[in-house]
Design a protein around this ligand. Structure first.
Ligand SMILES: *[C@@H]1O[C@H](CO)[C@@H](O)[C@H](O)[C@H]1NC(C)=O
Ligand SMILES: *[C@@H]1O[C@H](CO)[C@@H](O)[C@H](O)[C@H]1NC(C)=O
Ligand SMILES: *[C@@H]1O[C@H](CO)[C@@H](O)[C@H](O)[C@H]1NC(C)=O
Ligand SMILES: *[C@@H]1O[C@H](CO)[C@@H](O)[C@H](O)[C@H]1NC(C)=O
Ligand SMILES: *[C@@H]1O[C@H](CO)[C@@H](O)[C@H](O)[C@H]1NC(C)=O
Ligand SMILES: *[C@@H]1O[C@H](CO)[C@@H](O)[C@H](O)[C@H]1NC(C)=O
Ligand SMILES: *[C@@H]1O[C@H](CO)[C@@H](O)[C@H](O)[C@H]1NC(C)=O
Length: 420
């Protein structure tokens, strides 16, 4: 699995390690029973990881022992079943290894059932993350004392052996590699396909880079059904008007896990004037203005995404929910024309703006014409036109629309507990 070649440590990592306090670094030599090397050598299920550590000793040798770290060590099976693993790819190995080292000692025994806990890792390379200070992962304790680490694209790693101490911190053995969170585009398009309309709207408004690369963002992303309900209205907006609406869904410079969204908090958004979002908690429900959070804590390369059930409107920031009912009414005026149907048969707005990829359907997945026909009202110069989307060459082919039946699968059963 690993070649015999040796790697030199990238400058970026050396720089990172240089800022860590110098101290009594632990040794990989198995001379003391508490050393990491001894712990790894004694566990035959960790031989792949142990070889990796020996191949990249500098990463571990220079960690501060007194500050404490948590090493998430994938067992041998974890490497075998991770299809993209390439032990020869220095960038991949280094960055994934960094993502498996948590800042501070995270003892699973101290984790309570309930809200998710977020931990920062040593992954800081901007080619991999724009969460400055270290990309994050999520820790959950589930019934039966099961501890699960959630990483990118909803990937779950179960802790098999917990809280093994060594000189310098704790070791957690997991059954699955943690995946560094991907950028917003593949996350919304492939892993959480209930967010394709949201992503399409960002393309249509020319905001993809802003949403995907602004450091430390919190994004409230309405699911497809939410866009379907206001399709007629949104498709009638100019590109600038749509951009103003979409920017109201992003809180820049604030990494906000769902558990940190306190009742009564106002969040400054990227919309013009920073129009605030209002957080309301009612029982176990969490609302952003009048939209309910339906799936919290989706990790992306530059922050965290929370899925909501209504499109937010900066012109209706005073909207409040009625917690006694389910999905709240849309907060946009009804369109004079244009259908806003929900359900699997209705078109999913803005998906025509998604750039084509290799697996992009050439014809609509629903075999209907509605998905292509009604997506844009591109009549005037101010209208939203897919060809105007930033980052999209006018020449490039596009998806011709996906029906909800094809995009509504999402990642079911994520089981991220603790939205209370
Ligand atoms: C270690 O591997 C053996 C078989 O290779 C397996 O039976 C055992 O459950 C593994 N232990 C852990 C903690 O993964
Ligand atoms: C190494 O992995 C990264 C991330 O998957 C990839 O972008 C890059 O192309 C790979 N490099 C090589 C040389 O395979
Ligand atoms: C982080 O942001 C920079 C622009 O500031 C961008 O070039 C880079 O690709 C981003 N990294 C990721 C993983 O998206
Ligand atoms: C991003 O957030 C982390 C903590 O979550 C913080 O350490 C870092 O300074 C923040 N960076 C910016 C640019 O806001
Ligand atoms: C949040 O905004 C609302 C409405 O504008 C205001 O009544 C409230 O005082 C604000 N709360 C805080 C904590 O600033
Ligand atoms: C949140 O605040 C509102 C108004 O301030 C209050 O009515 C509501 O009971 C609070 N919710 C919780 C869960 O405390
Ligand atoms: C799709 O539409 C074409 C032309 O209207 C028709 O020939 C074809 O049978 C349809 N396919 C399906 C799967 O409904």
């Amino acid at each position: 699995m690993f070649g015999a070649s040796t790697y030199t440590l990238p400058a970026s990592l050396l720089a990172l390690l240089a800022i860590l306090p110098a101290g009594s670094a632990f040794s990989l030599r198995a001379t003391k029973s508490q050393d990491l090397g001894a712990v790894l050598a004694a566990n035959s299920n960790l031989s792949t990881y142990y070889n990796l550590v020996k191949q990249y000793p500098d990463i571990l040798l220079q960690l501060p022992s007194y500050a404490g770290v948590t090493i998430v060590a994938p067992n041998n099976d974890a490497f075998t079943k991770y299809q993209n693993w390439d032990g020869q790819n220095q960038s991949m190995v280094t960055n994934i290894l960094e993502y498996h080292i948590l800042q501070g000692t995270v003892a699973t025994g101290a984790v309570l059932e309930g809200p998710s806990t977020f931990a920062s890792t040593l992954l800081t390379d901007t080619a991999w993350t724009n969460v400055t200070g270290g990309q994050k992962m999520i820790i959950n304790k589930q019934p039966g004392d099961l501890v699960v680490f959630t990483s990118g694209e909803g990937s779950r790693s179960t802790v098999l052996q917990a809280d093994i101490s060594f000189t310098g911190g704790l070791l957690q053995v997991v059954d699955t590699l943690m995946v560094p969170p991907a950028r917003l585009e593949p996350t919304a398009r492939d892993a959480y396909r209930d967010l394709t309309s949201f992503l399409g709207a960002l393309y249509a408004a020319g905001l993809v880079e802003e949403f995907a690369e602004t450091p430390n963002v919190t994004i409230f992303a309405p699911r497809n059904a939410a866009f379907q309900r206001v399709a007629g209205t949104l498709e009638g907006l100019s590109r600038d008007e749509l951009a103003q609406v979409m920017r109201y869904h992003m809180v820049p410079g604030a990494y906000l896990p769902s558990a940190s969204l306190a009742n009564g908090t106002n969040l400054t958004t990227a919309a013009a004037g920073g129009t605030p979002l209002h957080i309301l908690r009612a029982g176990n429900n969490l609302y952003i203005d009048s939209a309910q959070m339906v799936q919290p804590d989706i990790l992306v390369a530059n922050g965290v995404v929370h899925m909501i059930d209504n499109v937010l409107n900066p012109a209706a920031s005073a909207a409040t929910p009625d917690p006694a009912i389910g999905t709240q009414a849309p907060v946009f005026p009804a369109a004079s024309g244009g259908a806003s149907g929900t359900g699997t048969a209705a078109p999913v707005p803005f998906t025509t703006a998604l750039p084509c990829t290799a697996d992009c359907p050439v014809t609509t997945a629903a075999n209907g014409t509605a998905a292509t026909g009604a997506a844009f009202t591109a009549t005037g110069t101010g209208s939203v036109r897919t060809t105007a989307s930033r980052g999209l060459g006018a020449a490039g082919p596009r998806c011709t629309g996906m029906a909800a039946a094809a995009v509504g699968v999402g990642v079911a059963g994520m089981g991220i507990a603790g939205l209370v």
